[in-house]
Design a protein around this ligand. Structure first.
Ligand code: PLP
Length: 381
């Protein structure tokens, strides 16, 4: 006697692979969390906040000092004006921001356009909120199939979910692509819900562009981000949504009754994070750039085919030729026989395309990646 909606999705395969990895003592390149410490001053700020008695509920939509800092960051980095009093909601990770946004926007049967490959949460986000997902596959080179996108928009379309930089394929949407999406949103009266959690992890001098900063998009975009990836604190569960005030008021209502609020002392500590100098973000991106190149070359040596990601910290790789296993079988084989955990590609695709792929993260210490590379060599024998 369970709700039908729970039948439309399975438990996270990514987190499942983490459990399997622990069981086999494998190197976990499945789940995208750093195995290195968070910045010391951030940990100190969190400890100080707890000792300083920031231990009770904060304002449900977020601590004022943090919203003020985010408003400034949004203006300077994203070129979005967001009033801290009425247009910013702090949430339990960007995961909650996405779910609360969908619950705030979707009526049963509304359609949500989702690019494929997609972050695995978007399917369940659609199912729980009652949206019918409409998947639009990216081309093989990760460019947008404009005709397919245009024909996905119809009277029932309520939202388009974007993710730039993208997990799993590392695509960074260009200004031209975002303009094209923006025009379709305006013409069809659709809201863009954009997950920008990897907004500081870009390579080869690429620039992050928020669709909300484009003409006519500020009032029809929900911009989601958080602290997990930029500050290596995935366990803190601090994220946020920026949106025009009517949208924000609906998001805040949902958020209030889902979680009451994000962790108060950690919100307080996040103010410290937002005051880091520009060099912090440069170093973060260049650290991941080195790791990206290292893992890419290890995967190529082991027989995988893969492109260099443009942003985020994942590589989506084609299973080596000659392997007669699908993604799920091969991922299990890799964990138990090779000792490296990756995520089966089908977690990111509705179509069959994912069955020939695995996703690896490089958000790990150099030693971890080196050990993984050594183990991957076994695949060549
Ligand atoms: N969005 C994307 C695209 C992700 O890859 C992840 C985590 O891997 C999340 C959201 C989750 O972010 P948070 O920790 O802020 O909930």
């Amino acid at each position: 006697m369970l709700a039908r909606r729970t039948g439309y999705f399975v438990e996270s395969v990514i987190r499942d692979m983490t459990r399997l990895s622990l069981k086999h003592n494998a190197i976990n390149l499945a789940q995208g969390f750093p195995d290195f410490p968070a910045p010391l001053t951030l940990k100190q700020a969190a400890a100080a906040a707890i000792m300083g008695d920031y231990n009770q509920y904060s304002i449900t939509w977020g601590a004022k000092d943090l919203r003020d800092e985010i408003s400034q960051k949004a203006r300077e980095y994203n070129h979005i004006e967001a009033d801290p009093e009425s247009e910013i909601t702090m949430t339990c990770g960007s995961t909650e921001a996405m779910m609360a946004s969908m619950l705030a926007l979707i009526n049963e049967g509304d359609e949500a356009i989702i690019f494929e490959p997609f972050y695995e949460n978007y399917g369940p986000d659609a199912a729980v909120s009652g949206a019918v997902p409409r998947f639009v596959p990216l081309n093989d080179d990760n460019s947008i199939d404009e005709d397919a996108l245009e024909s996905a928009f119809n009277r029932k379309t309520r939202v388009i979910i974007l993710n730039t930089p993208n997990n799993p394929c590392g695509k960074v949407f260009t200004k031209g692509e975002l303009k094209m999406i923006a025009d379709l949103c305006v013409d069809n009266d659709v809201i863009a819900v954009t997950d920008e959690i990897y907004e500081y992890i870009l390579y080869d001098n690429r620039k992050h562009i928020s669709i909300a900063s484009l003409d006519d998009m500020k009032d029809r975009t929900i911009t989601i981000s958080g602290f997990s990836k930029t500050y290596s604190v995935t366990g803190w569960r601090i994220g946020y949504a920026l949106a025009e005030k009517n949208l924000t008021s609906a998001i805040r209502k949902v958020h209030d009754f889902l979680t009451v609020g994000a962790p108060a002392p950690l919100q307080h500590a996040c103010v410290t994070a937002l005051r880091y100098p520009g060099s912090y973000y440069k170093e973060l991106a260049s650290m991941y750039d080195e790791k990206r190149k290292f893992l890419h070359s290890a995967l190529i040596k082991a027989g995988f085919k893969c492109n260099m990601p443009e942003g985020a910290y994942y590589i989506l790789a084609d299973i080596p030729e000659g392997v007669n296993m699908d993604d799920m079988e091969f991922a299990k084989h890799m964990v138990s026989e090779i000792g490296v955990a990756a995520v089966p590609g089908s977690s990111f695709y509705k179509s069959e395309a994912g069955k020939h792929k695995l996703r690896f993260t490089f958000s790990k210490k150099d030693e971890t990646l080196m050990e993984a590379a050594e183990r991957l060599e076994k695949l060549r024998i």
